[in-house]
Design a protein around this ligand. Structure first.
Ligand SMILES: [Zn+2]
Length: 309
């Protein structure tokens, strides 16, 4: 049976629930083993906790670190700090940048703060996500390549990455979004993206670019092409939802991250944007914290070296 989702609804409840290091460790155990802990060696569920935060099996005496195989593996910082940063990252509508994290949380180095945020981003994507459904606008846009242009003047679209964006529209509202970096806007890239992210039977709206042409022959989707040519309208009027998301992503990259995102890491920033955006209707910010924690205990850690490789 699915256990009740236990999370603090707001920051006051967060402070009350996570008041000691011990409370954080207990929460990690509950998140990682939601039904009950079962020893991987002997299947016993009898254990005790060691002073070094290991689960010691009462039956076979083998030990397992609570954080091994999670993004917290081998961390030397208090869990309280991790929990606070996770709350901070999800509770703010604009997220957090490594720069303000370094100052605000008193990290010794920018590199450490940057690595922590990247570890968290790896936990912001969930495989096997549900597909978008209903009415979906799809379009491509160039992102990255140092948006502000302050450090690499004159860089044009050739240094940016092409991203295909799918946006679920409910009337004038936007529900969920999906992104994927693609090498070019050909049917070989665009059609698989549509198949991977959109439920069949949905209505797919594009600007009628030739890369989407195979959609005309599909009977598993309703396809609507809205070409700009001769429409008397601008692109953002024909596909308003996807253009709004496009501008929000760019504003976030230029604002929170001051445009300083390397192409190599763009996909993880897009994951973070989608993680937050897709849960913007959640009543409680704590729900985002819970989701992030749930994925954090099931995500392998990455090191600075691996991230920058
Ligand atoms: Zn055992």
């Amino acid at each position: 049976m699915e256990k009740e989702e236990k999370y603090p609804r707001d920051f006051q409840e967060f402070l009350a629930q996570f008041d000691t290091e011990q409370a954080c460790w207990q929460y990690l155990i509950e998140m990682r083993w939601p039904s009950e802990y079962v020893c991987p060696h002997c299947q016993s569920s009898q254990y005790w906790l060691t002073a070094k935060h290991k689960i010691h099996c009462s039956n076979c005496q083998k030990e397992l670190s609570i954080t091994s195989g999670t993004i917290f593996q081998e961390t030397k910082k208090p869990l309280l700090l991790w929990f606070h940063i996770m709350w901070w990252v999800v509770a703010q509508k604009t997220g957090a940048s490594a720069h303000n994290l370094t100052d605000f949380m008193g990290f010794g180095s920018y590199e450490t703060a940057w690595t922590w945020l990247h570890k968290l981003r790896r936990a912001m994507i969930r495989t096997g996500r549900e597909k978008l459904s209903g009415t979906i606008e799809v379009d491509e846009t160039y992102i990255g390549g140092n948006e502000t242009g302050t450090e690499n003047r004159g860089r044009g679209a050739e240094d940016k990455l092409l991203v295909v964006v799918a946006v679920e529209c409910i009337g004038k509202q936007i529900a969920r979004v999906r992104f994927k970096i693609i090498s070019d806007a050909t049917a070989e890239n665009l059609i698989p993206f549509i198949e991977e992210t959109i439920e069949s039977g949905s209505t797919v709206i594009t600007d009628g670019w030739k890369g989407y042409a195979p959609m005309c022959k599909r009977d598993d989707f309703q396809y609507v092409a809205k070409p700009i040519a001769n429409s008397g309208k601008k692109a953002h009027e024909l596909l308003p939802h996807v253009h709004l998301v496009d501008s929000l992503v760019k504003r976030w990259i230029n604002g929170t991250h001051q445009g300083r995102i390397s192409d190599k890491h763009l996909e993880y920033y897009l994951d973070e944007f989608a993680f937050r955006f897709n849960r913007k209707m959640s009543t409680y910010r704590g729900k985002l914290f819970y989701r992030l924690m749930q994925q954090a205990v099931n995500t392998l850690p990455v090191t600075y070296k691996e991230i920058t490789k």
